[in-house]
Every structure is written in structure tokens, then in C-alpha cells.
Design a protein around this ligand. Structure first.
Ligand code: SF4
Length: 346
């Protein structure tokens, strides 16, 4: 059964939606595997270098495009026992070079600092998918301040991958909520003050932009040049690279597309923009994704659809088997067109 809880925003009603049958139908219309066959592409795992942990579904924001359906009301988070198992896996296999931490806002998990410090002691490269505003807002449930984060990131040489949909306030606030742009600018300023985003071999601050609707991002390099020019000239801010991502047609964004009657149009657009080189580079070939409860998936998107990897039995960090993971067939379905459209986005 493929289902998830849809939480439309703070204070709104949560619903559990089972869309197994719908997805099966969509897979026939928007057939990713057939597209791969048409291009003679066999996308097997290459090597598993990154452990991508989703350690909480709680967030201080409830963005319109969020594929996690994260919000301040979500309570799921990875506990210390699962975190310790993940650290044992990182320590036990040389192939794992990187730890990629995401959420929700991963910094809201009370064991976030513990995880980062221990992974760095294991000499792993640590990347945090950071929403910028958590530094300013703190923990919405407990009121705990998160103002120490820029310094903590710098001390531990964490790579920061931060969401900023656009360099214009209106666009960013439309996607992420009123006031988000201003807080994000303040937060980038604090990161720059720690030395982030200044040089290519120093502390890395990369930004992630996305459209506020069903559109495929344009040319990445020219968008990056525009972001750099606007953020420097208006606010004196710097960063390293810009990634432009496609909104994934799942969960909250999928519901919006369905409600506005644009779902099929968007899927056709993504399918029509299939890019062979982007397909060869999809991230699921070099990572595995772990949910808060220790289940293992091909990526964070498949995780949100409940498409757990199975090897005779469902795979978790408790029955971890790297060889079986390397032999697996990746679970590609129609939403994978979101990773292979245009310049690619996964
Ligand atoms: S959505 Fe599909 S193509 Fe993209 S990373 Fe996940 S499994 Fe791979």
C-alpha cells in the first residue's frame, strides 16, 4: 500500500491518503521504466557512498511544495538507538564517505548535534539540508533557540545546503510563507560571518532554488549568476553554488496539482523534458535513504511514498546488508521524471 499522511499546514486537518491504485495507473501512463528502455539505459546502483538520513518530519515551516509534508505539527523523529545504528553503519563500511542529513528541519531533532559531531569524528563529510529560518525561529514546540547553528556548522565543517527559492522576496514568501525571505537573508548573513560561501575550498554554502508552481527550472548557470549578482548587490551576501530543483509531484504538491487540474499537464511536461544525462546521474545510484524509524529506501522521495527496499524481507538499519543493496533493482516510478527533466534535479 502506498500512502501518506497529508498535513496541509499548521492547524489544518491531517488525512491519510492511500493512492496505491492511482499510482499504479499513473505508472502505466507515465512509464519511467519504458523511457529507460527506450534510451537503452540500465540504471543499477554504482556504489553506495552517501547515507541520507531523514531524522525528523517536524519543521518550523509548512512550504507549499514540501515532498515530506513537514510542518510544526509532525512528531516523527529518529531516536538515539536508530541514530547509533546509522553511526555504526557509517563506521563499518569504507564505501560510505558522506552523511547527508535532512528532515523536516533536521536541527529540530534533539540528537542532531550528537549525530553531526560523531559523524565528523568518523571523518565523514557531513551535509545538512538547512531551511535557514530555523536559526532565527528556533524550535516552535519548545521555544529552544537555534542561534548557535552557524557557529556549530563552522566548528564541525558541515557543508550547508540551504533552501532559498528565489532572490525576490515575493516569490520566496509565496513558496515558504510570509516573512521567510527576510529571515533567510539574516541567516545567510550569519553564515557568511562564519566564513561560509566565500571561497570554493572553504566552508561551503550552496543554495537550492525552486519555482512556486509546476515549471521546470531554466538554465542553472545563468540562474546562479543572477542569484549571485542580486544577493551581493542588494544584501552583500555570498554563496558557492546554486542548485535549481524541480518540485516533485508527490504528497502536498501532488494534491495541489490534482486540485488545480494540472497534474497530468505537469507529468507530461516532465516526461517530455526527459534528459538522458540527468538520468545517468540520478542520486539513487550512489546513496541510500533512511527514515526516522530505520527503514531503508532508494531516496527521500521513495521514502515519502513508503516504497521501502525489500530483500526477502523489508530492509532496515537493523538487518543492514550492503551487498544486497548493491544488487537491488531501484524502485523507479512516474515521479522519477521529476529527477530527469531538463538539467536534472535529484
Ligand atoms: S525519485 Fe526516482 S530517480 Fe529520483 S532519486 Fe528517487 S528513485 Fe531515483
Amino acid at each position: 500500500m502506498i500512502c501518506d499522511m497529508i498535513v496541509l499546514g499548521t492547524g489544518s486537518v491531517a488525512m491519510t491518503i492511500d493512492y496505491t491504485a492511482e499510482i499504479a495507473k499513473e505508472n502505466r501512463c507515465y512509464n519511467f521504466r519504458a523511457m529507460l528502455e527506450h534510451h537503452n539505459l540500465i540504471l543499477n546502483p554504482l556504489s553506495i557512498e552517501t547515507l541520507w538520513l531523514n531524522i525528523t518530519r517536524r519543521c518550523n515551516q509548512s512550504c507549499t511544495h514540501c515532498h515530506v509534508n513537514a510542518s510544526p505539527d509532525r512528531t516523527e523523529q529518529m531516536n538515539r538507538s536508530v541514530i547509533d545504528h546509522c553511526l555504526e553503519i557509517l563506521a563499518g563500511y569504507d564505501s560510505f564517505k558522506n552523511l547527508d542529513i535532512t528532515g523536516g528541519a533536521p536541527e529540530l531533532n534533539p540528537d542532531f548535534d550528537y549525530l553531526v559531531v560523531r559523524a565528523r569524528k568518523l571523518n565523514k563529510h557531513v551535509t545538512v539540508r538547512h531551511n535557514l529560518t530555523v536559526t532565527i525561529d528556533g524550535n516552535p514546540q519548545t521555544g529552544e533557540s537555534k542561534k548557535y547553528l552557524p557557529e556549530f556548522f563552522a566548528e564541525n565543517q558541515v557543508e550547508v545546503l540551504a533552501s532559498l527559492p528565489h532572490y525576490e522576496q515575493g516569490h520566496t514568501d509565496h513558496v515558504r510563507g510570509p516573512g521567510v525571505f527576510e529571515k533567510s537573508i539574516h541567516s545567510i548573513r550569519l553564515l557568511n560571518a562564519q566564513g561560509y560561501g566565500k571561497v570554493q575550498d572553504g566552508l561551503i554554502l550552496n543554495l537550492v532554488s525552486n519555482h512556486d508552481g509546476p515549471l521546470i527550472p531554466g538554465d542553472r548557470a545563468s540562474l546562479e549568476a543572477r542569484f549571485k549578482q542580486e544577493l551581493m548587490s542588494k544584501y552583500g551576501l555570498t554563496f558557492n553554488r546554486l542548485f535549481a530543483v524541480t518540485n516533485m509531484p508527490i504528497n502536498r504538491f501532488r494534491l495541489q496539482l490534482k486540485q488545480s487540474g494540472t497534474y497530468d499537464e505537469y507529468l507530461s511536461q516532465l516526461m517530455g523534458a526527459f534528459n538522458e544525462s540527468a538520468a545517468i546521474d540520478v542520486v539513487c545510484r550512489s546513496l541510500i535513504s533512511v527514515s526516522y524509524d530505520g527503514r531503508i529506501y532508494d531516496c527521500d522521495f521513495n521514502q515519502m511514498l513508503g516504497m521501502q527496499i525489500t530483500n526477502q524481507e523489508p530492509m532496515t538499519v537493523f538487518n543492514f546488508d550492503l551487498e544486497a543493496l548493491m544488487r537491488r533493482k531501484i524502485n523507479f516510478t512516474s515521479h522519477c521524471f521529476g529527477c530527469t527533466a531538463g538539467g536534472g534535479s535529484s
